[in-house]
Design a protein around this ligand. Structure first.
Ligand SMILES: *Cc1c(COP(=O)(O)O)cnc(C)c1O
Length: 387
């Protein structure tokens, strides 16, 4: 007979990731209050809700009143439709890969159409199958990443058959520098978008606009349009770098100490012997490594916290383990079951990102799959008028 585990996940795990769904919902409400009247705030839950967990996050947002969700891939959209049921609007930002149009119709996923080819294929599909379905048309306003170029857009606008057969819910574009309010690109992109939307309404008078990501919501109401697409701010990262974070922290990460040692004489630590522990130093080997998303760039640079005491990473982060200098931590805080906090009240995702020389987005989307994940329930919505 095959044995089954009789221990708890809590006992077995090396590290615990706690996701506060009430905080996600509250962050959505904060953004909703920030949004201009007439702007519907959606939720971007692509990439497994930035590593935090797409299904629990999307359900919490849905309970809070969010009715529009954005994902990047078709498969994400299919999974989200299964989780949320028929009610919400789900937008797939990469649009259909060739031949996948019928899945968009079958699962009622709104495609974002970003190339003349995608537009042509969607039109052919819709006409052939007699399907009237909304879509979004994406234009590039200066980022040069995804969306019709200005020339492609003008060509389609100038052609009586251009965009024919489409039912565009909105024209969409994406900001390149929204987290830098003083950057001149913001206004340049806004002016291009404003003018393109005006032109677009020549063909589709009811077309709405979708322009702002998290940081875009903090650039002023003229950036908001009708469908805002915040992602990272929902997960607690700061959409206004350099200013106090208006969002509530969502993730907490604690890793278990495997071993504590005192070095009798100065001695090297970890792979490559890249760091020397001084004589008498106390070291803790902790069950978290780069395979869990603790970035190797934090070697000899990052730190965690034990009971509020800062503990520097010593030596290289390895795949499953990292050594911390715990010389300042009293023995009473290092007993069995003791943990090092990597993310939480002492250290935000933005703090850890800065130590690692990266951005909060990368810290979040790197969150490991070996963590035991705990989801704290969503708070019931505050009583008040329904949105
Ligand atoms: C990822 C993404 C967003 C969300 O951006 P945040 O900066 O995380 O708020 C919005 N729009 C598009 C097109 C995206 O790719």
């Amino acid at each position: 007979m095959r044995p089954t585990s009789t221990t708890s996940a809590d006992e077995r795990t090396g590290a615990v990731l706690t996701v506060d769904l009430a905080a996600v919902a509250e962050n959505w409400r904060i953004l909703k209050r920030k949004a201009a009247p007439g702007c519907e705030v959606g939720g971007v839950v692509k990439a497994d809700a930035y590593g935090v967990g797409m299904v629990p996050v999307a359900k919490a947002l849905q309970d809070a009143g969010c009715g529009t969700f954005f994902v990047a891939h078709l498969d994400e959209g299919i999974a989200l439709r299964a989780a949320l049921g028929e009610a919400p609007r789900i937008v797939v930002m990469h649009g259909p890969n060739k031949g996948t149009e019928r899945d968009f119709a079958a699962f009622r996923l709104l495609p974002v159409l970003s190339t003349p080819g995608q537009i042509e294929r969607w039109r052919t599909f819709a006409e052939t199958n007699d399907i009237l379905m909304e879509s979004l048309v994406q234009i590039d306003t200066g980022m040069n990443r995804l969306g019709l170029t200005q020339r492609e857009f003008e060509k389609l606008m100038g052609d009586p058959a251009g965009f024919l057969g489409l039912y565009p819910l909105a024209l969409m574009s994406h900001l390149a520098c929204a987290d830098e309010p003083q950057h001149p690109m913001n206004r340049q992109q806004l002016l291009k978008f404003r003018s393109a939307l005006e032109t677009f309404r020549g063909k589709f008078p009811d077309a709405k606009g979708s322009f702002a990501n998290s940081s875009g919501l903090f650039l002023g109401p003229e950036y908001h349009y009708h469908f805002a697409r915040p992602g990272v701010a929902l997960y607690g990262a700061n959409p206004v770098p350099g200013q106090p974070n208006p969002m509530i922290p969502v993730v907490r990460l604690k890793a278990k100490i495997l071993q504590v040692r005192r070095v009798d004489a100065a001695a090297p630590v970890g792979y490559g012997a890249s760091s020397m522990a001084p004589d008498g130093a106390k070291l803790a080997t902790v069950s978290i490594g780069y395979a869990d998303g603790l970035r190797r760039a934090l070697s000899n640079r990052g730190h965690g916290f034990i009971d509020g005491i800062r503990v520097p990473i010593m030596g290289r982060v390895s795949m499953d383990m990292t050594v911390f200098d715990v010389s300042d931590v009293p023995e009473s805080s290092l007993g069995p079951g003791a943990t090092v906090e990597l993310l939480g009240t002492e250290q935000s995702v933005d703090d850890l990102a800065t130590s690692a020389g990266t951005i909060s987005y990368e810290i979040l989307t790197s969150l490991g799959h070996r963590y035991m994940r705990q989801y704290l329930g969503a708070r019931p919505s505050a009583p008040g008028p329904k949105a």
